[in-house]
Design a binder for this molecule. Sequence first.
Ligand code: TXA
Ligand code: MG
Length: 319
Amino acid sequence: MPIGTNIQLAIELLNSNKLVAIPTETVYGLAANAFNKNAVLNIYKTKNRPQFNPLIIHSNNIERFEEWGLIIPQKVKLLAYKFWPGPLTFVIPANDKIPELVTAGTGAVAIRVPNHQVTLNLLSQLNFPLAAPSANPSGFISPTSALHVANQLGSKIDYILDGGVCKIGLESTIISFLENEPKVLRFGGLALEEIEGVLGHRLITNTSSGKIIAPGMLTKHYAPNHPLFLVDDIFKAIAGKDKRRVGVITFYQAFVDLPASNQFILSKNKDLNEAASNLFAIMRQIDELDLDIIYAEKLPNTGLGYAINDRLKRASIKE
Ligand code: TXA
Ligand code: MG
């Protein structure tokens, strides 16, 4: 399996418009030269991703996006100064340099500087940005380790650059700056409270309708093989069930009457950041067990709790 830590090899492959999986602090990305249409097309094919779902482009600092002619709004500069490199993506107007395949014809492009030393080093040596969606087949859980990528896409990509386990473990928070007021397109690895603290005002979300407008968020996502239900009270949910056939994902507590092997605790310390970093690996592990049903506990809606609940909710949506 093509996993390794050879940055020079990754650079050569990317310069030849090949696909390389790259580590970031959020999740692994499936990267290619964003300025090359064939390379970008290959991303869509490899992920089996619908072409109406645009891609984030990544580079190592904000100035590079400006060098490529993108006009960065003042508020984006303010937030980037504070949170980049980091788990925050901005949607801004695109320009002619960005292929329509990257923007999915929306006229807007998503930009991010990821916070991972290996990938920052890589990006600084490339003369193009990397288009990189999460390195999973479309509709599945995002990978938070090189092995996760190898298990699902290993045979289809040229190289997996191993940068260890992703520290944040949830995809970036996405904010659109296309209208007067910034708008949240995806809850993610940076808590909204932190962003609001810098902006000095609340952000617009349209969670009341349950819909988020990043095109990729409209479809069923994070689909587990087992039926998964997001519940307020695990204790109530498992009452009367055959305990050997039930799996649970809980915030911090264990249940004495369930087999230990069926229980996955997100953070014994009740720490939402730790819970976020464990979530996707646990969703993969529990899905491999022979169970009838999985119950996941709703976390407090604060900090990264929003994003964790969002992912669990999407995992519980059935076609
Ligand atoms: O943390 C992350 O953001 C990771 C790492 C690799 O950077 N990337 C990631 O990419 O999660 P992806 O493609 O799995 O999710 C990107 C989301 C999609 O829901 C997509 O619809 C939205 O960003 N998006 C990308 N470009 C957009 C645009 N121009 N306008 C609106 N939404 C956009
Ligand atoms: Mg994704």
